[in-house]
Design a protein around this ligand. Structure first.
Ligand code: NAD
Length: 275
């Protein structure tokens, strides 16, 4: 299952997130399991310090490079035009690839994110990046980029799960043909015990994780659930053999409580979160 982006690139709708995979062997093993069960997208970042492992797992798999969609991101300390070009070279080297599928501005660092995005656009023009994008950008950041860039980002990776449904940002992205990637799609397990999720899980004979991931897919979100446990990696990928009814989607919509795990990029002082 893929999502066709504005520039025609097809991005797999399910990928493996690898944040907090710090043990080298465990990381390579998790990615290997994922590729074996059919995942064809990996979401990393320079900030996760595992780009090298991602590259190794891809090489070891013997799956052609062009069949795997690799996303990585420019961390906050590397933002700015020239800095981003240098950070890109480093990511390319660690991943041991000659292009990156999606390269994202990790956070909208004030005063820097527009130049960071412009550098990514240059990499796109040079065909070193297939999909220029951003992460954690709100409408105000996207509007700022629009003023200075040649083309709007093609993807925006945001925190998105039943407890933080981001309705207005999602609709802004839809209007501008920016595909939405949900990070922490499972809200790191927080919504698993909710009675509505539990009831749907029983009804469909699925796990709470599968109900939530299915809800995302039906909304058109791209998802990158993280797990190092083989059975969960497989479970998270097997969400295509059932469909939630519209009224069940509506029930899950009622869980929204604007509850964030990460920093709120809409606040002026959100960078304090990283101090
Ligand atoms: P997630 O919602 O994917 O939750 C992951 C956790 O849920 C796992 O550690 C595991 O404990 C549990 N889990 C996973 N599958 C399960 C299952 N089937 N049953 C029970 N428990 C299960 O949260 P996340 O890791 O924060 O987000 C996913 C990915 O999003 C990351 O790995 C990373 O790639 C990306 N991310 C991006 C940003 C950003 O700023 N752009 C921030 C955080 C995460």
């Amino acid at each position: 299952m893929t999502i066709r982006l504005r520039n025609g690139v097809k991005m797999p709708q399910i990928g493996l997130g690898v944040y907090k995979m710090t043990d080298s062997e465990e990381t390579i093993q998790a990615i290997t399991t994922a590729l074996d069960v059919g995942y064809r997208a990996i979401d990393t970042a320079s900030y996760y310090f595992n780009e090298e492992e991602v590259g190794k797992a891809i090489k070891q798999s013997k799956i052609p490079r062009e069949d795997i969609f690799v996303t990585t991101k420019v961390w906050n300390d590397d933002q700015g035009y020239d800095e981003t070009l240098r950070a890109f070279e480093k990511s390319l080297r660690l991943l041991d690839v000659d292009y990156i599928d999606a390269y994202l501005v990790h956070w909208p660092v004030p005063g820097k994110f527009v130049d960071t995005y412009r550098a990514i656009e240059r990499l796109y023009e040079e065909k070193l990046v297939r999909v220029p994008g951003v992460s954690n950008h709100h409408e105000k950041h996207l509007r700022e980029i629009e003023k200075h860039a040649h083309t709007m980002p093609f993807v925006n990776q945001i925190e998105l799960h039943p407890y933080l449904q981001q309705k207005s940002l999602r609709s802004y992205c839809r209007e501008n043909e920016i595909a939405v990637i949900a990070w922490a799609p499972l809200s790191r397990g927080r919504a698993f015990e909710h009675p509505i999720i539990q009831q749907l899980a029983q009804q469909y004979n699925k796990t709470p994780a599968q109900i939530i991931l299915r809800w995302h897919l039906q909304l058109g979100n791209i998802i990158i659930p993280k797990s190092v446990t083989p059975s969960r990696i497989e479970e998270n990928f097997n969400v295509s053999d059932f469909t939630l009814l519209e009224e069940e989607m509506d029930k899950i919509a009622t869980l929204d409580q604007n509850d964030r795990i990460g920093a709120n990029p809409g606040l002026e002082n959100f960078m304090d979160h990283f101090k």
